[in-house]
Design a protein around this ligand. Structure first.
Ligand SMILES: Cc1ncc(COP(=O)(O)O)c(C=O)c1O
Length: 450
C-alpha cells in the first residue's frame, strides 16, 4: 500500500492521537509510539512520565584493565618518568587519530596552555575564539595574559561563524582557537584559509571531539595543534587527562619540554646554564592505563551515538519548533559529546525554554540548556579590569573590545539551545522513541504549560 503523504502538522496530530501507525498500515509500535503519549496530562502536571526506565551510566570500566593497573600500582612506577604506559598511550592515540605525534598531558586545560605557549601566544596578544564553549577555552588565553576576542557563533551549526572571523583580526591577533563543541566539526578549511592569509596559528579545541571528522580527517589534526580532554564525562575518560596532537616535530618537541618542567626533548638543545621555561603538566601512568582500556570501545560507542543522533534528527525535525543542528560545510562525522537542538519557543505558545526543560525532565528525559552567554560573564570583566590587563592593553583597546562584544548569533543560540548527555545516546531505539514521544507530548500539551 502506498503511504498517503501527510503534512507535518497532520503527522504530529496523528501521532499524538495514536492513529498514525494504523493510517499507514503499520502496527502502532513500529513507530515507537508510546501509549502514554496519548495521555493529555504532562508529567510536570501530575501525569505519568514517558520514560520510566534508567539511562546508560557513565563512565564504564573494563575488567580486563584491572590487572595491569594493579601491577603498575604495586610496582611503584606511577609517573611517566619511570614507566612505559604514557608513551604507549601516546603512540596508540596518535595512530587512532591519524596524527604524527601525540603528547599526553594532565588535562585538556594544560594541553591548551601548552599549545598556546609553544605557538607563541604572549602577553598583549589577541586570540580569536568561539564563544559557545566551556570556560577553559578562554581561561587558557587569560593564563597567557592575552586577550580573547570572541567571534560570533552561527546558531544553526552551534559553531564559530567562519564569515565573521576576518573582521575581528587586529595587528595584535596571533592565533585562532576554533572549538568543535559537542564533537561537531568546525569548517576548518575556512578557518585555515583566514589563518594562512593573516599568518595566524590555529589551535583546535577538540576537547569534546575524539574521532569526529572533517572532509574525512579527524578533528584535532587539521590546525597547527589539536587539544583533547579525557575528563570523566568525556567519550574517552580517565577522570582527568588530556593530549595534544601535531605533525611538526619541532613544535611537538617543544610541547614535550614545556609540559615537563622545560627539560629539553628530541631536537632541543640546552646551552649550559640556560634552562627552558616549562611547567609540570605530565599525565600519570594510571591515567594512561585507564585510557587504553577505554580505547577498545570508543569507535563502537561513537557508531551507536551517531546512529541514535541521526534517528533523533529525523524524528525531532518533524516537531514544530524543534530544530536539530546543521552540520558545518565539510563536516563528515560528528561524535555528539552532547546531542544538540534548538527550541523555538514561539512554536510552543511562548513557553520559556526553562519551563520546557523542566517539563522534559519530568517526563524522565534528562536535558540541559547548553552554555550561557559567556562573553558577558563577570569573569571576563574581572580580568579586563585587573591591574595587569590595564597595563597591557590601552584604554581605547579595552573600550573597543567592550563595544564590539556583541554577538547576536551566539545570544540566539544560548537562548534556544537544548542538549542531551552523550551517554543517553548509548541507549536503545526505544529510549530514543521516548525522547521523541516526550517532546511530541509537550508540544501537543503546550497550552497547559503557559
Ligand atoms: C571545549 C572544552 N575545552 C577545554 C576543556 C578543558 O578540559 P579539562 O577539563 O580536561 O581541563 C573542556 C573540558 O570539559 C572542554 O569541554
Amino acid at each position: 500500500m502506498k503511504a498517503k503523504k501527510l503534512t507535518r502538522r497532520q503527522v504530529i496530530a496523528a501521532t499524538s492521537a495514536g492513529v498514525f501507525g494504523t493510517m499507514l498500515g503499520f502496527p502502532f509500535r513500529s513507530f515507537g509510539i508510546n501509549s502514554k503519549i496519548q495521555q493529555k496530562k504532562l508529567a510536570i502536571n501530575g501525569g505519568e512520565k514517558i520514560h520510566t526506565g534508567s539511562w546508560p551510566g557513565w563512565p564504564y570500566w573494563d575488567q580486563s584493565a584491572e590487572q595491569g593497573i594493579l601491577e603498575m600500582f604495586r610496582s611503584g612506577r606511577w609517573w611517566r618518568g619511570n614507566g612505559e604506559h604514557v608513551a604507549e598511550f601516546e603512540k596508540r592515540y596518535a595512530e587512532l587519530m591519524g596524527a604524527k605525534r601525540c603528547l599526553a598531558t594532565a588535562s585538556g586545560t594544560t594541553a591548551l596552555i601548552t599549545a598556546l605557549q609553544v605557538l607563541g601566544v604572549d602577553a598583549g596578544d589577541e586570540v580569536l575564539v568561539s564563544p559557545y564553549t566551556f570556560i577553559a577555552t578562554y581561561n587558557v588565553i587569560f593564563s597567557h595574559k592575552a586577550l580573547p576576542v570572541f567571534v560570533d557563533s552561527d546558531p544553526e551549526t552551534f559553531l564559530i561563524d567562519p564569515k565573521k572571523i576576518e573582521g575581528r583580526i587586529t595587528d595584535r591577533t596571533v592565533a585562532i582557537v576554533p572549538v568543535h563543541i559537542y564533537g561537531l566539526p568546525v569548517d576548518m578549511d575556512s578557518v585555515n584559509n583566514v589563518a594562512k592569509k593573516h599568518n595566524l596559528r590555529v589551535i583546535e579545541d577538540a576537547c569534546q571531539a575524539w574521532l569526529a571528522e572533517y572532509r574525512g580527517k579527524r578533528t584535532g589534526t587539521l590546525g597547527d595543534l589539536g587539544c583533547f580532554s579525557f575528563q570523566n564525562s568525556k567519550h574517552l575518560a580517565a577522570g582527568e587527562g588530556g593530549a595534544i596532537l601535531g605533525n611538526d616535530d619541532f613544535i611537538m618537541d617543544r610541547c614535550h619540554a614545556y609540559h615537563n618542567c622545560g627539560r629539553p626533548y628530541g631536537s632541543m638543545k640546552r646551552a649550559p646554564g640556560n634552562p627552558h621555561n616549562g611547567m609540570n603538566y605530565r599525565m600519570q601512568q594510571s591515567q594512561a592505563l585507564i585510557l587504553m582500556s577505554q580505547m577498545n570501545r570508543i569507535e563502537k560507542d561513537n557508531d551507536v551515538r551517531l546512529a541514535n543522533a541521526l534517528y533523533l534528527d529525523k524524528k525531532l525535525k518533524e516537531i514544530p519548533g524543534i530544530v536539530p543542528y546543521k552540520p558545518a560545510e565539510g563536516a563528515t562525522r560528528a561524535v555528539y559529546h552532547l546531542y544538540p537542538f534548538r527550541y523555538i519557543k514561539e512554536e510552543f505558545n511562548n513557553v520559556p525554554k526553562d519551563k520546557f526543560l523542566q517539563a522534559l525532565s519530568a517526563e524522565g528525559i534528562p536535558c540541559s540548556g547548553g552554555y550561557g552567554k559567556q562573553n558577558k560573564d563577570g569573569l571576563i570583566e574581572e580580568v579586563l579590569s585587573s591591574r595587569g590587563y590595564m597595563r597591557l592593553y590601552s584604554e581605547s583597546r579595552l573600550k573597543r573590545w567592550r563595544e564590539e562584544n556583541q554577538l547576536p548569533g551566539n545570544d540566539q543560540l544560548c537562548d534556544q539551545a537544548v542538549t542531551f548527555y552523550q551517554s543517553m545516546l548509548l541507549g536503545t531505539r526505544a529510549d530514543m522513541d521516548d525522547i521523541v514521544n516526550a517532546i511530541t507530548r509537550i508540544y501537543e500539551n503546550r497550552a497547559s504549560l503557559v
